[in-house]
Write a protein that binds this ligand. Sequence first.
Ligand code: TXA
Ligand code: MG
Length: 315
Amino acid sequence: MPYPRELITTDVDEAVAVLRAGGLVAIPTETVYGLAADAEQPDAVRRIFGTKGRPADHPLIVHLADADRLDAWVREIPTTARTLAAACWPGPLTMLLDRGPRVGDWVTGGRDTVGIRVPAHPAAAEVLGRFGGGLAAPSANRFGKVSPTTAQHVLDDLGDRLDPTRDRILDGGAASVGVESTIVDLTVEPPQVLRAGAIGVDAIERLLARRIDPARGSRRAAGMLRSHYAPDCRVVLADAPDEAEHMLAAELDAGRVAEILDRTDDLVVAAQQLYADLRSADRRGLDVLVAVLPPPTGLGHALRDRLRKAAADRP
Ligand code: TXA
Ligand code: MG
């Protein structure tokens, strides 16, 4: 079926008009494309869940144009949030804070906390600036599947679910970071990092001059499923290139179509390309992708997390 190309636009004014009218706009961000709606229009936000096939109790991140607009989206702004906002926004950091009166249950799934992010992508910043309010947006992929880093990825995933008469995909090129934002929960003592991203735990510890804990507890882990970011092909993990060669040989011997994914020489490129690599494995009909895990330093943490989830047993 030909996808409706008319969904794609580069016109920021058109995107803003669609959002005001209660439509959905897939927006480019520096991490991944998000499927955005006006956070204060419950019906528009509900359509995000329907379009993704995402359970309604999985909370959405609210995106704002800048940190000066936090008032009323959060109950109070702790010093930790001011410090991180000054150093990391706009950028790939989401802060969990106690929610304010502008945040409805339809955004948080009834939770009393809200994730807030100020994205750095110029097109996202322009949309948010002109729109003025908050945009609720999860990654613009089908639930549990691989995140999108180009407008074409969004079209491939959601082209048959979006409505060309009221929704749009804003094409802002390929995402420069390529993996989702770091999520830090500032509502607990000490703060916890719930999802690894381009901003490392060590950087947050340095900025706040204190220890940060890894995520723990079921409430904290909501939405952080074990299996996620999953292509259709099986993903198996190797700790080193020679191990990957052995695993590849075994798969080929067993008659399966398999390849190695090893971008450990440049982790910035590895992150930029990760989701395109996973999608390409499916497009080329691989049965198995043997992925070499990068070392647990810098972006390596985020890449290891995503690859482990891509390799986890499916529900
Ligand atoms: O980089 C990103 O963060 C991208 C771009 C579009 O901004 N967004 C993104 O959203 O990755 P999403 O919905 O795919 O992932 C957000 C994760 C989910 O696992 C969700 O459950 C969790 O953050 N989350 C959001 N708000 C939360 C809250 N109040 N409490 C606990 N977890 C929350
Ligand atoms: Mg997602």
